[in-house]
Design a protein around this ligand. Structure first.
Ligand SMILES: *Cc1c(COP(=O)(O)O)cnc(C)c1O
Length: 468
């Protein structure tokens, strides 16, 4: 058998076909097509193989999702078994099937508190659309149809459908296609590095949390349906909030009669060192969004984990007129169930919490000794560093935001490491099964990429702070 990396057309031919026919998400098409996409042909453990046979350490677990690592035979077997047994059936017309039933029961078992019910969706975006409607329907069923407004955060990410992108606080997304849809308002994020000014992180955390209370009062408690937030913002740049932030949010949530939706699409399934980010921060959501790590990305599946309180109201009301053809797709559900079994049986999350997480934390935080690294933040296996030309003043680069970050990402790729950039923050979210030697390699490659970026920034005359 030929090696996997050769079992395809030559790279240039694949790139030409890709350019001619494939439209990529979140991409400037012409720019990519002129350059040619990097083509990934195989993966095993924490490593990707590209079409030229190069092995790349995947510091992003695909797109925050391949928590158990690539290439698990049991996952392929679970899919094949289920595909032979029952490849598809719907759950619309008073029918169910064993994978949906077992996965829902398993999720109820591992989820904290009274999150005992699951509405299945195809993705994280779908799930947040479900949550938006469910939160509004919850209040309508109780004779409060005017409780419609959902409060979200700038620079939060909740997906890319009309509803989910509106819930999200990505201004670049709002600019396209007439977003946000009505009834969604945003408060500021707890990003102390970028926005904290002269406040201490603790003062800033409190101030940003109090914006929730101010917004509830401004909109009117009688009009607010819910607050939605990620325990740790992922796509926004792995923004770890100051320690004061969540306790103050909790105080406010306890005071007002609104639902709390925790978007755990990234934080869930071990990413923060516990099963859920809500456990890391002791939060008690009424609804939790799950996707990504639910199946470790082996198949697309998402869900809304729903509390007894909300499920009782939704179940008792008129038909909830919502659902997807692939809600609880049997093959995706069987694969997700196998993923949960692997996470549990192999004590992957316990290992992150007790061993590999602390190991990565020590090495990651030491990156602040690099001349270009301001702060280093990490929770479990999601981490970020802020690149800056002046650590003391937390200055931004004079160059357009993201110029240096993109340069660093390119240097990482050149050194066979996937590390993403969000503006001038570099972020990682490796597979949870990453070992200590692989962590050493990740840090070694990251340091080399940072050194090369630093040299290039200086050579290009970009080592210059923006005016304050
Ligand atoms: C990725 C993500 C989503 C959207 O999930 P998709 O499966 O891409 O639709 C929603 N919320 C968060 C926090 C995410 O990271």
């Amino acid at each position: 058998m030929r090696p996997m990396s050769e079992n395809h057309l030559p790279t240039a031919e694949l790139q030409a076909l890709d350019a001619a026919h494939h439209m990529h998400p979140f991409t400037e098409g012409d720019a990519l097509n002129a350059k040619g996409a990097r083509i990934i042909t195989a993966a095993q453990g924490c490593y990707l193989t590209d079409s030229d046979g190069i092995e790349i350490l995947d510091g992003m677990a695909g797109l925050w999702c391949v928590n158990i690592g690539y290439g698990r035979q049991e996952m392929a077997d679970a899919a094949a078994r289920q595909m032979r047994q029952l490849p598809f059936y719907n759950t619309f017309f008073q029918t169910s099937h064993p994978p949906a039933i077992h996965l829902a029961a398993k999720l109820a078992e591992i989820a904290p508190g009274d999150l005992n019910h699951v509405f299945f969706n195809g993705s994280g975006s779908d799930s947040n659309d479900t949550n938006l409607r469910m939160a509004r329907v919850y209040w309508a069923h109780q004779g409060k149809p005017e409780k419609q407004v959902v409060i979200s955060r700038w620079n939060g990410y909740h997906g890319s459908t009309m509803g989910a992108a509106s819930l999200g606080g990505m201004k670049g997304m709002h600019k396209q296609g007439g977003l946000p849809i009505p009834g969604i308002v945003h408060i500021n994020q707890p990003d102390w590095w970028a926005e904290g000014g002269d406040m201490s992180p603790e003062e800033f955390g409190i101030a940003r949390a109090r914006e929730l209370e101010e917004m509830i009062l401004e909109v009117g408690e009688d009009k607010v349906a819910a607050f939605i937030a990620e325990p740790v913002q992922g796509a926004g740049g792995v923004i770890v909030p100051p320690d004061s932030y969540w306790p103050e949010i909790k105080r406010i949530l306890a005071k007002y009669d609104i639902l709390f939706i925790a978007d755990e699409v990234i934080c869930g399934f071990g990413r923060t060192g516990n099963w859920f980010g809500c456990q890391t921060y002791d939060l008690h959501p009424d609804i939790m969004t799950i996707a990504k790590g639910l199946s470790s990305g082996y198949l697309p599946i998402g869900g809304s984990l729903v509390s007894d309180k909300v499920a009782q109201v939704i179940n008792a009301g008129d038909e909830f007129a919502h659902g997807y053809t692939y809600s609880a797709h049997p093959v995706a559900a069987a694969v997700a169930l196998e993923n949960l079994r692997i996470l549990q049986d192999e004590k992957i999350i316990e290992t992150v919490q007790a061993e590999t997480g602390p190991y990565l934390k020590e090495k990651w935080e030491a990156l602040t000794d690099h001349p270009m690294v301001g702060e280093a933040k990490i929770v479990g296996m999601m981490a970020s560093i802020a690149l800056t030309p002046d650590k003391a003043s937390r200055a931004k680069f004079a160059a357009k935001a993201g110029t240096v970050g993109l340069m660093a990402r390119e240097r990482c790729f050149a050194n066979h490491l996937v590390m993403r950039h969000v503006g001038d923050r570099m972020i990682i979210s490796p597979p949870l099964v990453i070992t200590k030697p692989e962590i050493d390699l990740l840090i070694e490659r990251a340091r080399k990429a940072l050194d090369e970026t630093y040299a290039q920034v200086k050579a290009d005359g970009l080592w210059k702070a923006a005016e304050a």
